[in-house]
Design a protein around this ligand. Sequence first.
Ligand code: SF4
Length: 359
Amino acid sequence: MTKSSPALPVASLANIEESTKATAILTRIAKSLAKSLQTWYQANRRDLPWRQDQNPYLIWISEVMLQQTTVAAVIPYFERFVIRFPDVHTLAKAELSEVLEHWAGLGYYSRARLLHLSAKALCQQDFPQKAELLLKLPGFGPYTSRAVASLAFGQRVGVLDGNVIRVLCRVMGFKVRWWQTAERVKLQEIADLFVQSGSPSAINQGLMELGATVCTPKNPLCILCPWNTQCVARKEDKIEQLPLKRPRKKIEFWIWKPELHVKKDKVLLVENNYAPFLKKQMLFPGTIQESPKKPKKFDARHSITHHDIYIQIAKKINYPLTNRTAGNLEHKWVAIKNLKSVNPSSLLQKVIQAGKKMI
Ligand code: SF4
């Protein structure tokens, strides 16, 4: 093994001894890989709107939008969002309903709510430059905190998302259950080793970029990869097997019976504290129960993650609202045409469509 081109020796993280020697080997491997990755990234990076400078606000917005969504899908949303909310103060001052409107279509609306909450907190202070401080803000998980701190402020912390996990598992030949906390911690430590020299921003973005454009889940373009002579998965013909596949969450069937309370052109929404999806969001009151199998009769159907929701409109109840319905729950009457601004989920629209004859 030469100093300039260390071999990649490990087939499993479980095989890595917790010894100084093992750490030293990994550190040297990570340094060598990071160096070639940084060169590759600087020559191949895509020109994306949030990469114009190191503005922490723009990096933060883009990283939140990119969770669960592709770059191509995010670009128009990002551009529209930052034209309307160009900085943290504009975002903090805006009504939540307007923020949600600009988010509509990206899904996972709790991200937009938390973004708005964090913007309010950020107005009271300088933008924190360290991941450990960012982590204290609403909606800043380990990934977002590390991404913003390293991309905007150059902190030497690695990022770990789906792309990075795939790239690391393949290049190093790791057969690890990356969805389990203990193994994820080890992967995070390795991602951290990559940014101990060079530019943390370029290396972290390089890892993500390599995963998004070259080391793709299917048919990776190894010929274009800066690591194609070192990659363990390629050498051992195990690209298809790595990373290991996470066991699928079992699909759950739920029967939801929303009640449509109608007052002129308005319907009643309550803060959801009863359904296992769209938690804490405004939803029709009603009841819900899990079902061992798909029900035969339903008015509409909707899926949110592993929840398969079968909608059976319970009834239309006219004003006045009974205590039984809203109880002590947060509730409000919302004009049907404004439902999207209160809760943009298409689930509510499906209920309205299904209950149209009753309204
Ligand atoms: S050589 Fe192929 S499998 Fe290995 S890291 Fe590069 S793109 Fe991924």
